[in-house]
Write a protein that binds this ligand. Structure first.
Ligand SMILES: Nc1ncnc2c1ncn2[C@@H]1O[C@H](COP(=O)(O)OP(=O)(O)OP(=O)(O)O)[C@@H](O)[C@H]1O
Ligand SMILES: [Mg+2]
Length: 296
């Protein structure tokens, strides 16, 4: 049985940021990103860990960074702990597989979202205004419907830390026309390439979020890429527009939560062993389907 990674306090480096799922350490011009086995839903982290989730998410990001490197470069240096700097040697046993050494980049202040299907905040905006981020959509679309074309719907961090959808014009005003165009074109190209691959494996990539940065004057994808934490994955053979789709990875978790009267505020409830096992299996399945590799 694999060792669980719940926290990474054993790593004696300055913390760059600790998110809900990932712990990031500062190594001057590089970052060490450790994807833990923590799981969250409705923005709340659960007390239980999902075995191997960190390795799966890290491996999925690595796969996509390689798969899309013909479109745009990325921040990845290596996931092979054997190639990590010597200062990390004492940790490598614990973070093998679930970590990535990356180049620190100057992040572009925009969350680059691409939507191929109508769900989430896009669905909310559409119901209110008939558009998403100022992009007018046909009338009469149902929840989870496929859009006529994938659309670029950027958002930016509002003051309170919550993301706020912005129009393309607004994005241009904030970061300049040339950068906005580059982000839009690159994001759409990435989404198209990845969704064709996913579809050929029976998975719908409903939408996704990228974060870009500048490295030596070039645009690169940073953060994570097409993981179930940054994207909506749906199973194609169960796809049925007009209702919410089952999340590929979190379906067992969500179904369990529906049986409780938890108010979706912390603290999150403990999860039964069955839910943990089934969720782990779904993550491993996602990894194997998308990468075409056996998970070891
Ligand atoms: N190569 C990089 N260089 C610099 N910053 C990066 C790089 N890759 C990712 N980041 C930043 O690291 C941070 C990772 O944080 P993370 O996503 O784990 O937590 P969070 O966004 O605060 O919370 P959440 O868990 O809700 O996502 C993000 O702010 C991202 O912009
Ligand atoms: Mg984040």
């Amino acid at each position: 049985m694999s060792k669980l990674v719940g926290n990474t306090d054993f790593i004696d480096l300055p913390v760059f940021i600790k998110g809900k799922v990932r712990d990031v350490y500062d190594m001057d011009d590089k970052l060490l990103i450790v994807v833990t086995d923590r799981i969250s839903a409705f923005d709340v982290v659960f007390p239980n860990l999902i075995p191997n989730k960190g390795k799966v998410l890290n491996g999925i990001s690595e796969f996509w960074f390689n798969y899309t490197s013909d479109i745009v470069g990325n921040h990845m240096i290596t996931t092979d702990t054997g190639k990590y700097p010597e200062s990390l040697l004492s940790y490598t046993g614990k973070i093998q597989g679930c970590s990535m050494l990356v180049n620190k980049v100057e992040m572009v202040e925009a969350e680059c979202i691409v939507r191929g299907y109508l769900e989430g905040s896009g669905l909310k905006d559409y119901r209110k205004t008939g558009s998403i981020c100022g992009i007018k959509l046909p009338e009469g679309l149902k929840q989870a419907d496929k859009l006529p074309e994938p659309i670029f719907t950027p958002s930016t961090k509002a003051l309170e830390g919550h993301d706020e959808n912005v129009t393309y014009e607004e994005l241009k005003n904030r970061i300049g026309s040339e950068m906005a165009t580059m982000l839009r074109d690159t994001s759409l190209a990435l989404y198209k390439k990845a969704s064709i691959h996913a579809e050929s494996k029976g998975i719908i990539l409903a939408d996704t979020k990228f974060e870009f940065g500048m490295l030596d004057g070039r645009l690169v994808v940073a953060d994570e890429m097409f993981t179930p934490d940054s994207s909506r994955f749906w199973q194609m053979d169960r796809y049925e527009p007009g209702r919410a789709q089952k999340s590929f990875d979190k379906q067992f978790l969500r179904e369990y939560l529906e049986t409780l009267d938890w108010d979706k505020k912390p603290p999150a409830p403990r999860l039964p062993e069955e839910v943990i096992k089934n969720t782990e299996a779904k993550y491993i399945e996602a990894y194997e389907i998308l990468t075409g590799k056996k998970f070891v």
